[in-house]
Design a binder for this molecule. Structure first.
Ligand code: ZN
Length: 213
């Protein structure tokens, strides 16, 4: 089983990917996390990724993403299912992705699109903080919570581009670049669209229904 989960900023796709990975024992491939891990390595690839992602803060080229995916695929047994969280982000990445999977005798079985409105996205991102140290993202709920990371105790900060303008910009990039990926997989009848504006439990329930259908 190889599943892609896509969704707008704040759609909760990462949480759904995590729940899905846990339920079916899938490997959770979070590209951002994988790239940060690679960037720490003292190898030519690690240095290159570090330069692009951490220093220049640019979008990693598809060829590097493919290399990172290759490393992961190499580490996994062929029967090990995977869930891809938030990638591929654009059509070029989608092509590289499928190429890499094919080389390992895999194919995408389903694409889950967790959809939320622009208003919901803006509302949720406004409450989102992430850890300065391990970069883990958390949503603040209620008052009086201490602003420390539940995983490593690091300081929680709001991303500097989590402003209304920043979110709007990322939403328009999603519309322009990631929606074509969804359209592309739609032609292969692989896409299931899910209403992301429910509790995470309800979203997961709907996801499982669509997955088993
Ligand atoms: Zn942390």
């Amino acid at each position: 089983m190889n599943i892609i989960i896509l969704g707008q900023q704040g759609s909760g796709k990462g949480t759904q990917a995590e729940l899905l990975a846990k339920k079916y024992g899938l490997d959770h491939f979070d590209a951002g996390h994988a790239l940060r891990q690679i960037s720490l390595l003292d190898t030519p690839l690690g240095k290159e990724v570090n330069e692009i992602v951490m220093v220049k803060k640019e979008l990693v080229p598809s060829r590097l993403l493919k290399e990172v995916l290759h490393i992961r695929l190499n580490d996994l047994g062929r029967e090990q299912g995977m869930v891809f969280d938030g990638v591929p982000r654009n059509l070029e990445q989608a092509i590289y992705f499928q190429e890499a999977l094919r080389e390992f005798g895999r194919k995408i079985d389903q694409v889950i699109f967790v959809n939320i409105s622009k208003e919901e996205s803006l509302k949720r991102i406004g409450k989102r903080f992430s850890c300065e140290k391990c970069k883990e993202a958390v949503a603040l709920t209620g008052n009086g919570k201490k602003l420390v990371c539940s995983k490593c105790g690091g300081k929680l900060v709001q991303r500097s581009d989590d402003t209304k303008e920043g979110v709007e910009k990322r939403l328009s990039i999603f519309e322009a670049e990631t929606m074509p990926v969804i359209e592309y997989f739609k032609k292969e009848r692989l896409v299931s669209k899910i209403n992301g504006e429910q509790s995470k439990e309800k979203v997961f329930e709907e996801l499982l229904k669509k997955l088993n259908a």
